[in-house]
Each structure stands twice: as C-alpha cells, then as structure tokens.
Design a protein around this ligand. Sequence first.
Ligand code: P1T
Length: 394
Amino acid sequence: MPPVTENRADSQQGFATRAIHAGQEPDPQTGAVVPPIHQVSTFKQDGVGGLRGGYEYSRSANPTRTALEECLAALEGGLRALAFASGLAAEDTLLRTVLSPGDHVVLPDDAYGGTYRLFARVLQRWGVEHTAAHMPDATAVAAVIQPGRTKLVWVETPSNPLLGVSDIAALAAVAHAAGALLVVDNTFASPYLQQPLALGADVVVHSTTKYLGGHSDVVGGALVVSDAELAQQLVFHQNAMGAVPGPFDSWLVLRGAKTLAVRMDRHCENARAVVALLKDHPEVSQVFWPGLPEHDGHEVAARQMRDFGGMVSFRVRGGLDAALRVCAATRIFTLAESLGGVESLIEHPGKMTHASVAGSALEVPADLVRLSVGIEDIEDLLHDLEQALAAAKG
Ligand code: P1T
C-alpha cells in the first residue's frame, strides 16, 4: 500500500483549476491528459515486495482511485481523502474506525434516512448509542453531550430534506470541548460551496453519487480529513473492511468533479429562480432554501457557504395527496430518489428517501416535496413546475 502522503495539489490554486488538475497529471508513459482507468486487480512485483509504483492489490490502492482521492483532498483542503463504494460505505468505515461499543454519538434531527438507519438499525446492535438533536442550535447539541461517552457529533448542513443550516465552527467548538469529533456530511453543499475542514470539522463525508459525480451515473462515497493519524487509521480500515470503489467508478467521479464549479453555479442560479416561483405560489405553504432571507439559517449560510445550493424543498398546501399529485405531474423534473445530477429530480421524502425514519425524531412532513434543481434551461423548469402545481388541486 503506498504511504499516506500530503496531497500534492498546489493549495494556492483556484477551485476549478484544482478540480481539473489535482491528482491528474498527464500519464508519464503515454502523455494521456486524462488519468487512465487502471482496470486491474493486482500488480506485478519485481521480486517479493518489489513494487514498481507502490501498488500491490486494488483493494489496498489503485492508481485511478488515488487520482480521485488526491483530487478530493485538494477540493476540500484536506490532508487525505479516501474513496468508497457508496456514501454509506464511507460512513460505515468511518464509524467503525472511530467508535467502540459503549460510545455515544449526537445525530441530527434532520438527515438522510439511510444515515439514520445505519445508526439506528446497524450500529446500535454493536453497542453504539445515539441521541438526535437540532443541530442548528449549538446549545441544544451541547446539552445532549454525555461527557466521556460522546465520541462524535454528526451534522449535515444543509440538511436532507429540510435544508437546515448549522454553524460548523460553533459545533466544532462544542464537539471539541467534549473531546468528540465533528463530522460534516457536505453532500448537499459540495466542496465548491462549503469547506468544513477550514471551519474546524474533523471529517468531511460525501456521497459522491451526488454533486461530485454530478451525472447520476455512479454510486460512490468519500471521507476527507486533515489529521495524519486519523488518516492512517482510515487508510487501514478502508483496506481491512474493503468497501472500495472500482477503477471505472473512481474515474466517473473524477470526470464529474472536473466540472463541479460551473455546474454548481448553474444549480444555484436555477434554484434561486425556482424558489421565487414557489414562494408566491398559492398551492405552496412553505419553501425551504437557505438563500431565503427568512430562512432560520440564512445568516450562517451566507457566512459559511459561497452560495445557497441547488436543493429546494416545499410543502404543498393540499397535504399528502396533493404533494403526491405534484410529484406525479412533472415532465422535466424526473420522479426519482437521489440528487445532484445535471437533470432535475423531484421526490416525496416521506414515502421515498426518508421512509426509514417514519416514527423517529427525524420523521418528515407528509406534504413535503424535495427538488434537486438541475442545470436545464430555467424557462423549461419553471414551466414544468407551474403545470405540475396546477395538478395539486386534483
Ligand atoms: O447513496 P449513498 O451514496 O450511499 O449516500 C448516502 C447519503 C449520504 N449523505 C447524504 C446527505 C445523502 O443524501 C445520501 C444519499 N441520499 C439519497 C439517495 C437521497 O435521495 O437523498
């Protein structure tokens, strides 16, 4: 396994330059300007232990995955990134690296349903306890910390699906005062809009399935850290647990990441226009988007994010059935789970992505609809939403 090295990207470069070049020098043998897909499981040794490029077996490390990991570390301003087969695989590896039976974690009261399910249905059986807290309120988080037992504070900001915004620096202070790690799931913002490590977070988690991949054609995950010792522990567990992405999936995420900056700008711009339509629409009772001045977390978001993102949720005045009718009526917004791709998606969190949190502190309103606003022509998106909202009345 190659040693953990500081990422080689020049941290002085701008974001878009790093996205296109970090970890992606032209291939030294052929000059190929894009890193090759090293579709290989094992590497010839020149005598036992004589590794040519530091690679021995692709679960431990693979050059295409290394390229992705170096790029992700550069984008988050971290020391080391690790790529995984999915966002949940990244989460599981992190949790079983840093937690032991008897430990306690603070979880958000708004988060991706699958993340909650991992804690409530899997880790709990291994003796890890959790308490859900309202993460935008750092005082409420401090109040549920169990001194000596709480090892980790987990936050999504913006959160899925209610777009809550939490103050990363404030939560880092609360977690660190208790000797706990602060983990930030940065999936909704992407590293282009928000850099949690610079704000004091210890670990950044990504579902690279979303904005980083950006084209709804790959499932992947990542962890990014600044601390060398934690990096070493994670590298060990990544190999020991084995939930790694293949070379082609690594290559797809890397290809997607190159255009993250321009895509995110357009996602944000389109979301802004979608919110303007929804806000005054008679069938809509509430709109969730951190860019709205009346949003509880607007000031924090304006401080810690570059822009407000492409995810928008709203409540439909007519309740559950009306919300389901809207979801069924769009023509350009595709009814599907997931988010962050170039195409616009619509979904009903209560019955889809967040069905697993029904009855828990994370249960979402039945009349809630979530949009992943894509980068199509905005006139077409607005027209589609207008006609779908007309279906709300039935
Ligand atoms: O799906 P996967 O790559 O395993 O990532 C899980 C995950 C982690 N964190 C956040 C904030 C997420 O939104 C997700 C996945 N979310 C969806 C599939 C969804 O539609 O919300």
